[in-house]
Design a binder for this molecule. Sequence first.
Ligand code: MN
Ligand code: MN
Length: 480
Amino acid sequence: MGRRAADPHQRGGGLTQLLVRGGTVVTAAGSRRADLAADGGVITAIEPSLQGLAAGAERIIDATGMLLLPGVVDVHTHTRVATDTEPDRFFQDSVAAAHGGTTSFLSFNNPGTGSSAGAERSLRTGLAEWRSATDGDSAIDYGLSLSVSGHADDPLSELPATIDGGVATSKAFMVFDFRLDDRTLLDAMRVMGERGAMLQVHCEDPVLLDTATAAALARGDTGPRFHAAVRPPYVEAIATARALAFARSSGSPVHVVHLSSAAALDEVRRAKAAGVRVTAETCPHYLTLTEVRYDEPDPVLCAACIISPPLRSAADAAALWAGLADGSLDLVATDHVPDRLGVEKAEAAEGVPFDRISNGAPGIETLLALIYSEGVAGGRITIERMVELLATTPAARFGLPHKGALEVGRDADLVVFDPTARRTMRAVELHHTSDYTPYEGMTVSGDVRDVVVRGEDVIREAVFMGRRGFGQYLDRGQIA
Ligand code: MN
Ligand code: MN
């Protein structure tokens, strides 16, 4: 295959001539049978027939009977950077993402992802450190949203430099020891909004949560299931309402991450009706799993679903699907944390109280499969809406204008998806650096067959064909 030398400063760098024939091209606006051509990693034509280009193409993909989707853009992951003892941690999760149909992802550098104490104290140090730690490591395109830590010496003064440095979105937490106090949160929204950037907010109320946690521990209710008991939906909803009042006051765009409950969704609806510049995401686990997981008697298996916010009721999940369908929710992202039952979650077996157990669950590889199967095949959303939720809106909202849609001039990031396939999810068949999946044993409709990033094969017939370092860092300019 004729490949151009990868140039990290230039888009493209993939195959010079790619032709995808006979698939159903899906965009947010509609679906149609069409051929697609790419040159130098960029989509150059989408037409009913591009037969004339077949003779000159270096690679032809027969997509007859397949859906041709834009690659998924996962804007919420907590991948781990490589270490001396685990040198493949970041690379391997990027490979897992590709297997699942994701062609771009954004990571955070919050505590636990491998960032140093210095990175927590200084946003610029965190950015430089993360860039260095991930350079040349990813199989697909990737970027960073900084964690704006309450432990930073002066987070507000450093935000402009990080925005100028291509980090258009960053995340603040209203809970955990590195949370921002309310005043700093409001100021961070303002500083980012003034510069065309956007703050992502983890919405849970620290007073309610810390009080309930202390009371539970004092009663001796230390098991993993109490993680959920101390975080009822109103703890999320009141924090969401407060964050959105701050967004309204500052006039800044704000993104609510991992929204899990009908009560919090109501707050987003109210804010949108009032003209607040808010978008909101939910995650596959809130759509497909429920709080019955916390009835699991094995402490480690129960801790497998220690995530924040916790899993909710079936009624909440139904409300979230309705929110995705009616536009109240804007996108789906994974909140991927590659924790392992045998490592991070294992402490649950030793009686470590719930508030000391690592938060998070893996999901980087299962996003498209779950949303297609439960959403599209399940009749809850259209295929066009799915493409909007997984690719087009996340790209638009997170400063990635070259990503997220099958459109001439955009990057040739493609998924050839077989809607007729069925498979049962098994952790042993996944590629992520976790050792479990919350979806073990779940049968899903549809499967990823091929994945192309900037015109180059990354997954072919479900086999990884890419290479470490092919993924380019995504410098992101202003988003609004
Ligand atoms: Mn969070
Ligand atoms: Mn998260």
